[in-house]
Design a protein around this ligand. Structure first.
Ligand SMILES: [Fe+2]
Length: 286
């Protein structure tokens, strides 16, 4: 999140900037197309089908970086959401305010060829390819709005860190049950070639059934693949647990509980797959 609450001079008071789609270069559109082709080839069967449907509904299969004006015509018609450009990370409360108003903020820049496989700061490919297709899904669309409303509440209660963990382990790195199998839906996974394979196939990470309080206690890493993933039953269940939960008592309990470290398991966890943590251990030893 941005450290300063004052928007840069070229941004509006709500931090938005024009996407200025005309100014993208051929190389920038090509970068989008290369990233898109690699993910669109690999994701079917791994990602929730609603994600692939979202790409179709929004005609994101069209070549080049999407023009937000065109994208928004279809997105707003579907669920009332829109995408707006921002210069980079925005302050927490501004971010929540936008979500609560069904507005998804996206970076307008795209990564360089050297960052093809990984970058830490979200670019337009992560933000738009990763996040926007599911905003066509009515229940997921409601969840994102509810999250923004919950964020504004958490800010008043001083519990932003706890609520940010919920975003991380659902919106960014969530998995969902599909019968006996698992599917991807988190944007941080589906916009990453490596993590789209790792999150489902690799024996290293723990895969744990979603529990709201557990998730809000759990630290996460921003520098590499996750060491645990949380698995929801369905978008309906996620929405029900977050929109209908009175977070006040949960926050009160969390104030007295220590955070859970990334790879730790608790006796109360419903562990679907106990990870070997081999990947993280090898990285730490290197
Ligand atoms: Fe993201």
């Amino acid at each position: 999140m941005a450290k300063d609450d004052t928007p840069p001079p070229h941004a509006a008071p709500d931090w938005t900037i024009p996407q200025d789609w005309q100014s993208y270069s051929r190389q920038e559109h090509d970068m989008w197309d290369r990233l898109f082709a690699r993910q669109a080839d690999m994701l079917p069967g791994r990602v929730v089908p609603e994600f692939m449907e979202g790409l179709e509904v929004l005609r994101m299969t069209k070549q080049g970086i999407p023009d937000f004006d065109e994208l928004n015509e279809r997105l707003t018609k579907a669920t009332g959401w829109q995408v707006v450009a921002v210069p980079g990370l925005v302050p927490d409360e501004m971010f929540f305010e936008h979500l609560a108003n069904r507005c998804f903020v996206a970076g307008r820049f795209i990564r360089t060829p050297e960052q093809f496989d990984y970058l830490q700061e979200p670019d337009i490919f992560h933000d738009v390819f990763g996040h926007v297709p599911l905003l066509v899904h009515p229940v997921y669309a409601d969840y994102m709005q509810a999250y923004g409303e919950g964020g504004l509440r958490a800010a008043r209660l001083g519990m932003i860190k706890e609520l940010a963990r919920l975003y991380w382990y659902t919106v960014e790195f969530g998995l969902v049950r599909d019968g006996a199998a698992l599917k991807l839906y988190g944007a941080g996974i589906v916009s990453s070639y490596g993590e789209s394979l790792f999150a489902l196939d690799d024996p290293s990470p723990h895969r744990i059934a979603f529990d709201l309080q557990r998730v809000m206690r759990t630290n996460y890493r921003i520098d590499d693949y996750q060491q645990n993933y949380f698995v929801i039953d369905s978008f309906e269940d996620l929405l029900r647990q977050t929109r209908d939960a009175d977070f006040g008592p949960i926050y009160e309990q969390l104030r007295d509980l220590p955070p859970v470290e990334v790879a730790d398991l608790l006796p109360s966890d419903m562990v679907l797959h106990k990870g070997t943590q081999a990947y993280a251990k090898a990285k730490a030893a290197a």
